[in-house]
Each structure stands twice: as structure tokens, then as C-alpha cells.
Design a protein around this ligand. Structure first.
Ligand code: GRE
Ligand code: ZN
Length: 354
């Protein structure tokens, strides 16, 4: 399929690239590092060769979320976002940005998102799971009440929030001791992210901010397969799940979440997801550079689903969720006049308030 849009696609800057080193064997690090630091060269060739028109780019993991010092986290996200804005401005018909956010400071995170959306033209945020705050063994999750004003801003800005995985802290990873192979994308990423998503659903956040839209990668981090059981276990017992939210967990999953195909190129899993969350809430993604774009695209283009669903998942759902009409539906002349030019972007970044 031509014209695909992909949205869990990462890059790194010099300050964050090393954080990805532990996720590959030493003999593959040179390759992974080069892939992470490239935006305008090999990435575009991979996109062209595999029918991807547009990528929404995000910083590698855990990056900002692993910086306990509030002001250092804020400085790092600004640097990454300004860099990304410049890269997008060089190729605005092929790239858009998702903001890195210093969630260690919820007000600062809301301000950074507002700046990224309204001044840099970003289309949402991608945050790498919980944030370490003040101490490196202190993890905060975003269902906590201190984040509700932040969520109010996300709803007001009307942009999606991608909840991307990271590994649990050592103090919370006892179950993986002696079984390191289960860390990262094998299992721990999905477990960590699925529980965080369930915490958001059960907290009542979506009763108060019903228009919030959260995106999960990796075919929903296992949630589609387990959604029925979450709500319906031990049905004969008198007390069911007790949590602050008003509705069933599956209701929030179907109304406040989207999932992507990133790193989970399996038709059986996709069909289960289509039956649980529906084809309107599934979005194609690869997870470059950790996964290969050709692996994602060759699988997706041939998956045994209807052509209508392929078009929705491959392009249309992302097109409407991120309001990408300005990128893809305009004439060349219109694009030229409405584009944020490279010089304008430089100027904005230079004048950005401290
Ligand atoms: C990801 O971004 O999903 C990722 C990593 C590190 C290793 C594997 C992986 O950040 O899929
Ligand atoms: Zn990823």
C-alpha cells in the first residue's frame, strides 16, 4: 500500500542516543546508533521503498522520563523538540513531530506541549512511560491527581498522547531477576505500559476529560486480548472491580484509546485487535529503528484484511486523528505558502521564551 502514515518512529540526539545501546547486542550498536541519528537520508529511502508517505517522529526511550532533576528534564525536552522542529521544517511533506515532555513538572509539561503544538506545529506528544522524579528510584504514574491539570491541557489542545514503553525500575523488577531476556520488548515493556494504561482507565480520568485520546503501541501492549477478562472475571461474585471510574474498563479502551501495529507484525493479533477495539482505532506503525520498516510494511501490505480496513489502518485513521490535511491534501503551491519554512523555524526557536 502506498501513502502509509507511521507514528511510532524514533530518532535520537547526541545526549540521548546512548540510552538505546543496552537494547541491542554490541555488534549491532553501530547500526542502531546510525539509524537513530539519521533523519534525512536512509530514513527517507526506507520510507520511499516501503510506501510510507509520512512519519510522526519521536525521541528514543526513556530519555526525558529518566532524568529525575526537573530543570534538567525540561532542558532536555526543549533541546530535543527544537531539534525535531528543525528536522521537520527541512522536509515538511514527509515528517511531523511528537513532543517529548518533562512530566516531572506537570505544569512545565503542559507549557511545553502548548509551545510544541502552537508554535512548532507538532501533532501531539510521545512520553516514555512513568517519570523518575527527584530520586532515581521514585516513579510517578500519570493517573495521579497532580497530573489532572496537565490532562485538561491535553484535552484543550485536542492532540493525542502516545504512551510509549520503558522498563520498570530495578526496585519494581524483582520478577525479572535472573531472567533478563524478559526485559524490554520481549515482555517487560508491554507489562509496564499495559498496567499504566489500566491505571489511567480505572482512575476516572476519562470521565472528567472524555475527549482525551491515548495511543498505545505494539498492538495495544496485550490489552485487546485481555480486555474481556479485566471486566468480567469471577462474574458470580457480588463485588466486581472497585475503582474510581464510572464505567467498564473496555468502554474507556474503545473510546479513549488507539493502538498501533508497531513491532507486532502478526495478522492473528491484528484480527483480535480489530474485533476488540475496531479497525477505526488501529494505526499502522513500524517502530523504526528498533524494527525494520520493510518487515512492518511487507507484513501489513499483504495481511489478510479487507482493502477498506487496510486503507483505514494504513493511512486514514492517522490522517484524521492528527489532522494531517495540511500535509497531504494541498496542492504544491498551497503547501509552499502555508509551510513553516526552515528560516521561520530557526527564528521561532531563537526567540523561544526562557
Ligand atoms: C521501542 O522504542 O519500542 C524500543 C526501544 C528499545 C528496544 C526495543 C524497542 O526503545 O522496540
Ligand atoms: Zn518505540
Amino acid at each position: 500500500m502506498q501513502g502509509k502514515i507511521a507514528l511510532e518512529e524514533h530518532f535520537a540526539i547526541e545526549q540521548t542516543v546512548q540510552e538505546s545501546a543496552g537494547f541491542c547486542p554490541p555488534e549491532d550498536w553501530i547500526e542502531l546508533k546510525a539509524r537513530l541519528l539519521d533523519i534525512q537520508d536512509r530514513r527517507l529511502r526506507e520510507m520511499d521503498a516501503n510506501g510510507i508517505e509520512l512519519m510522526l517522529l519521536s525521541l528514543n526511550a526513556p530519555a526525558v522520563q529518566a532524568v529525575p532533576d526537573r530543570s534538567a528534564a525540561s532542558t532536555l525536552s526543549r533541546r530535543a523538540n527544537d531539534f525535531l522542529a528543525e528536522q521537520v521544517a527541512k522536509r515538511p511533506s514527509r515528517f511531523r513531530g511528537l513532543a517529548a515532555l518533562p512530566m516531572q513538572d506537570p505544569d512545565g509539561a503542559a507549557r511545553e506541549l502548548d509551545y510544541c503544538v502552537n508554535s512548532l506545529g507538532f501533532r501531539g506528544a510521545l512520553v516514555n512511560g512513568f517519570s523518575q522524579v527527584a530520586e532515581s528510584d521514585n516513579a510517578i504514574y500519570y493517573d495521579c491527581k497532580e497530573f489532572w491539570p496537565f490532562w485538561s491541557e491535553v484535552q484543550r489542545l485536542n492532540v493525542p498522547f502516545y504512551l510509549h514503553p520503558r522498563n520498570p525500575l530495578p526496585k519494581d523488577a524483582a520478577i525479572y531477576e535472573g531472567h533478563r531476556w524478559l526485559m524490554g520488548p520481549t515482555w517487560a515493556f508491554g507489562q509496564e505500559t499495559a498496567v499504566h494504561a489500566l491505571r489511567l482507565m480505572g482512575s476516572g480520568l476519562f470521565d472528567v476529560y472524555p475527549r482525551l485520546q491515548i495511543i498505545l503501541g505494539h498492538m495495544g501492549e496485550g490489552l485487546p486480548y485481555s480486555m474481556w477478562r479485566v471486566d468480567n472475571h469471577n462474574k458470580w461474585m457480588r463485588a466486581q472491580n472497585v475503582y474510581p471510574a464510572r464505567r467498564k474498563i473496555a468502554d474507556y479502551f474503545r473510546e479513549n484509546f488507539y493502538i498501533t501495529t508497531s513491532g507486532n507484525f502478526r495478522t492473528q493479533a491484528l484480527i483480535d485487535a480489530m474485533l476488540e477495539i475496531g479497525a477505526d482505532r488501529i494505526l499502522f506503525s513500524a517502530d523504526w529503528p528498533f524494527e525494520n520498516i520493510d518487515h512492518a510494511a511487507n507484513w501489513f501490505d499483504a495481511a489478510t484484511i479487507s482493502e477498506g480496513d487496510r486503507f483505514k489502518i494504513g493511512r486514514e485513521n492517522a490522517h484524521s486523528l492528527f489532522r494531517l490535511g495540511d500535509v497531504t491534501n494541498q496542492s504544491a503551491a498551497e503547501q509552499k505558502s502555508s509551510r513553516t519554512t526552515l528560516e521561520e523555524t530557526h527564528e521561532r526557536i531563537r526567540r523561544r521564551p526562557a
